[in-house]
Design a protein around this ligand. Structure first.
Ligand code: KIV
Length: 275
């Protein structure tokens, strides 16, 4: 009936950006996963996840929408606050949802909501050259920022669907250049979604900040997956990078521990999960 907070290992110090920087330098892979509530928060913490993202993917996996576009700021704050109650050690990241960062001032106000009302420690925004100034502004206000490049689900109506990005030479060069500019603007983490593995490796090598990938190959500093994909709760056609960690697992916690272990020992992602 109740969420068992004591499952979490509260003897390990909380993960900070400095922890992630050290992991990058030491070559220890960063295991990240999405989460949307306190009960799963306890499990992902107990499993040893380093970063927990309250992703706007909740619009698809919790709310049943076809895209992340309908998700609102109030919904993000609600799920972030619930997740924050469940976790102790992982760094808590939250998405700025669709159209919540049209100007730097609005981006700041909404980031403050995610942090003060939701308990987020770092905000993530889908980024490109149009967001350099916003990232710089957030960083200058001491907001930790993750810039999301590659496949940007909030843009699917504009870009024409969920497709691998950065395959063409020009697009790859542009993404590498954007990643460098976002780092220079103050981004603390770069997240790469659905890009060829060699581009994931190039961007990771070019940056000092940690790079976390989802469908971006084995060479990024860390991996992230959607919780409901790891636990095989989602139905229908799965993206190539998804692996069902419930296969052979005795419980949800066991599956989550298998995921964290597979990221750390580099058995996930395997070649069949990469582009
Ligand atoms: O919203 C989300 O879950 C994400 C991940 C796919 C990285 O952005």
């Amino acid at each position: 009936m109740y969420t068992h907070l004591e499952l979490r290992d509260s003897t390990r110090p909380p993960v900070s950006l400095a922890t992630l920087d050290k992991m990058k330098r030491d070559g220890e892979k960063i295991a990240s996963i999405t989460c949307y509530d306190a009960s799963f928060g306890v499990l992902v913490d107990a499993a040893g996840a380093d970063v927990v993202l309250v992703g706007d993917s909740l619009g698809m996996v919790l709310q049943g929408h076809d895209t992340t576009v309908p998700v609102t700021m109030d919904e993000m704050v609600y799920h972030c606050r619930a997740t924050a109650r469940g976790i102790h050690r992982p760094l808590l990241m939250a998405d700025l949802p669709f159209a919540s960062f049209p100007t730097k001032e609005i981006a700041l106000a909404n980031s403050v909501r995610l942090m003060q009302e939701g308990g987020a420690e770092i905000v993530k925004l889908e980024s490109g050259s149009g967001q350099f100034e916003i990232v710089e502004f957030l960083a200058s206000h001491d907001i930790a920022v993750c810039a999301h490049l590659g496949l940007k689900p909030q843009s699917v109506h504009k870009t024409g669907g969920f497709r691998v990005q950065g395959r063409a030479v020009d697009a790859a060069t542009q993404m590498l250049s954007n990643a460098k500019s976002l780092e220079a603007a103050g981004a603390d983490i770069i997240l790469l979604e659905c890009i060829p593995s060699d581009l994931g490796a190039r961007i990771t090598q070019a940056l000092a900040v940690p790079v976390i990938g989802i469908g971006a190959g084995p060479d990024t500093d860390g991996q992230i997956l959607v919780l409901y994909d790891v636990l095989d709760i989602t139905t229908g056609r799965k993206p190539r990078f998804v692996r069902n960690f419930m296969d052979g697992a005795s419980s949800n916690l066991d599956a989550l521990q298998r995921y964290v272990r597979a990221v750390k020992d580099r058995t996930y992602p395997a070649p069949e999960h990469c582009f």
